[in-house]
Design a protein around this ligand. Structure first.
Ligand code: ITT
Length: 216
């Protein structure tokens, strides 16, 4: 990373902007980063951040695009998360298209989430438990305003439930049962998810980069 002119600033004044418009991700990212001596803010706190078209074919491409756009627009260090669910019985779908798996009227929020996991359950009708294996994948990108970017990845293995269960989390959490558990992420306590999720593992892998960039 290039030196910022105020590179040795007081740690408490250092700010990391989360380049996501998904409030579920913001909550999880803030909680997982809580122990670091930096201020973590959502990009919704900044007016006029341009919408990023997520047209990449990989999680990496989209994460880089989001982090660079927000770092450039805010002049701060930005962290983006691009993530999704890979279902083996569907050849890895919805993958990078997880957010918009069920095309149609829903653009965001819990209605979109429900429409997405209902489509997934219907495509898996008749598929036996042993063949319902899946994984969440997350790539985080950390960018500075000059565009320099570092990447880290996390993967969480599991399987798709036969019916939704639980009200926690977001996205496909009501239908994803992480390995070693019998309940979905949405039915497990949030701290259990935050200790083992794809997002937590990606951030853990990104911590050395964050420490280096912020000189912690
Ligand atoms: P941003 O691009 O603004 O970050 P988004 O929701 O569009 O928000 P993605 O493009 O990365 O984010 O799509 C990720 C989708 O994958 C997300 O909308 C969920 O449907 C799903 N997903 C990712 N992580 C998840 C998690 O921890 N639990 C449940 N579903 C998850």
């Amino acid at each position: 990373m290039p030196e910022r002119s105020d590179a040795r600033m007081d740690a408490k004044t250092q700010r990391l902007v989360l380049a996501t418009k998904n409030p579920g991700k913001v909550l999880e990212l803030k909680e997982i980063l809580r122990h670091l001596p930096i201020e973590v803010v959502a990009c919704s706190d900044y007016p006029g951040i341009p919408d990023v078209v997520e047209d990449g074919e990989t999680f990496e491409e989209n994460a880089i695009k989001k982090a660079q756009a927000v770092a450039r627009a805010t002049g701060e260090i930005a962290l983006a998360d691009d993530s999704g669910l890979e279902v083996d019985a569907l050849g890895g779908r919805p993958g990078v298209h997880s957010a918009r798996f069920r095309e149609g009227v829903y653009s965001s929020g819990s209605e979109r989430d429900k429409a997405n996991y209902e489509k997934l359950l219907s495509l898996l009708e008749g598929v036996e438990e042993a063949k319902r294996t899946a994984r969440f994948r997350c790539v985080v990108a950390l960018s500075d305003p000059s565009g320099r970017t570092r990447l880290a990845e996390g993967v969480c293995e599991g399987r798709i439930a036969f019916a939704p269960l639980g009200s926690g989390g977001f996205g496909y959490d009501p239908v994803f049962i992480p390995s070693g558990h019998s309940k979905t992420f949405a039915a497990l306590p949030q701290d259990v998810k935050n200790a083992m999720s794809h997002r937590a593992l990606a951030l853990k892998a990104a911590i050395p980069h964050i420490k280096e960039v912020f000189r912690l």
